[in-house]
Write a protein that binds this ligand. Structure first.
Ligand code: GCO
Ligand code: MG
Length: 408
């Protein structure tokens, strides 16, 4: 049994996706996601030029050996492009293996540890009224856990805040814009720190103590500012405060941790277990935010989660719309199987995207269910995909009031 072909597919149903499709000589097809938002063609080149030629004729069953061959064999280690390319191969091979076994993938990872995966959606609003409308729309869709992002008085468009919603409207937030140059936003951390606790106070007052609430700081604070925000949010009982400070300064989290009991989540921009070493062994975080897509695939993220389990740290895999339905399905199967599952981010893909990628996963009563199709449960519609041409898009750039570039 060998790999016959490996194709790199690019489609853009409203936003760009990169997919690897591996086919065996028996005609079994596996899919993997290699989308790196705003840098898509880098993984396309990495896969086409440097990975695909290594796959042809290899035994599709030797997933771990293939992972090690691609990781160690590159000599140049880590980084989002390398690890997304390896992830695409890893996930496609897991998809093939499960299809050959005629089982949904989570069965090969140990079987179901729960009835479904608790998922959180993204609510936002430029002011309290529009935020409440957005929260109500999420509750109407069945969400039991909701991320809350808000505009800050005096600042314009900022991270995480979509256009204001009307009742019943679908949340549609995609920060990467199809512009020749990145959009630029303005940021003021002091204004943000003053405003955010007042918003959570209002949300708790309106929606009560039970609703699970999350918030993303998106790497914009120093450890000291993050500690102060964590403390001021304690009365509102957050499920987590995410990326309160850039995670590559792992030691900086000691300061935050010693000052606040607000749970912390980090890791959406990490790509290996080494990025987590201090954070996990010193229990400086509560949730691992990595996506299967950006962390070398199911094989590698499984190892991170087993390592984290020893320290009572749980999963909160990154699931915005820039993780394709293939990547989302992969982490849903992993989340079903591991014991230390925490929550799954779930920003619904657009209708067009879900016609290109037909998924077996469903969302009911706040939980995601992977479905019973063999493998990942995702089919790729070539004919439709080919009608959506790649269009360059950039994530925004942030500047402080004096023009200094800041974390976005
Ligand atoms: C999240 C993330 C995303 C990122 C996006 C960048 O928590 O979902 O922070 O919103 O900004 O993935 O491409
Ligand atoms: Mg985030």
């Amino acid at each position: 049994m060998t790999i016959r072909t490996a194709e790199v597919l690019v489609t853009s149903p409203g936003r760009n996706f990169v997919t690897l499709r591996i086919t065996t000589d028996d005609g079994v097809v596996g899919l993997g996601d290699a989308t790196v938002n705003g840098r898509e063609l880098a993984t396309v080149a990495y896969l086409k030029e440097h990975v695909v030629p290594l796959l042809i004729g290899k035994d599709e069953h030797n997933i771990e050996d293939m992972w090690q061959f691609l990781y160690r064999g590159a000599y140049w280690r880590r980084g989002p492009i390398t690890m997304a390319a390896i992830a695409a191969v890893d996930v496609a091979l897991w998809d093939i293996k499960a299809k050959i076994a005629s089982l949904p993938l989570y069965q090969l990872l140990g079987g179901a540890s729960r009835i479904g995966a608790l998922a959180y959606g993204h609510a936002s609003g430029s002011d309290t009224e529009s935020l409440f409308t957005s929260i109500r729309n999420h509750l109407d869709q069945g969400f039991k856990a909701i991320r809350v992002q808000t505009g800050v008085p005096g600042l314009g468009q900022i991270y995480g805040v979509a256009g204001d919603q009307r009742p019943g409207e679908r949340y549609d937030y995609e920060p990467a814009k199809r512009l020749p140059l990145p959009a630029e936003e303005t940021w003021d951390t002091r204004a943000y720190l003053r405003h955010v606790p007042t918003v959570f106070a209002a949300v708790r007052k309106e929606f009560g103590p039970e609703l699970i609430l999350l918030h993303d700081g998106h790497h914009r604070m120093t450890p000291n500012q993050a500690a102060s925000l964590g403390k001021s949010l304690e009365p509102y009982d957050l499920f987590w405060l995410e990326d309160c400070t850039p995670g590559e300064n792992q030691e900086g989290l000691r300061r935050v941790r010693s000052q606040t009991t607000t749970p912390l989540a980090i890791g959406e921009v990490f790509n290996t277990v080494h990025d987590y070493q201090t954070l996990i062994t010193e229990q400086l975080i509560d949730y691992v935010r990595s996506a299967v897509t950006h962390t070398g695939g199911i094989s590698a993220l499984r190892k991170i989660m087993d390592f984290a389990a020893i320290y009572q740290i749980k999963s909160g895999f990154h699931g915005p719309t820039d993780i394709s339905p293939v990547g989302q399905a992969a982490q849903l199967h992993l989340g079903m199987a591991i014991h230390n599952f925490g929550i799954q981010e779930y920003m619904k893909h657009s209708a067009e995207t879900l016609e290109v990628f037909q998924t077996s996963y469903t969302f009911t009563d706040g939980l995601l269910h992977p479905g019973n199709n063999p493998g990942l449960g995702v089919d790729y519609n070539d004919e439709l995909a080919n009608t959506f041409d790649y269009t360059p898009a950039y994530l925004p750039v942030n500047r402080l009031l004096d023009g200094t570039v800041h974390d976005w």
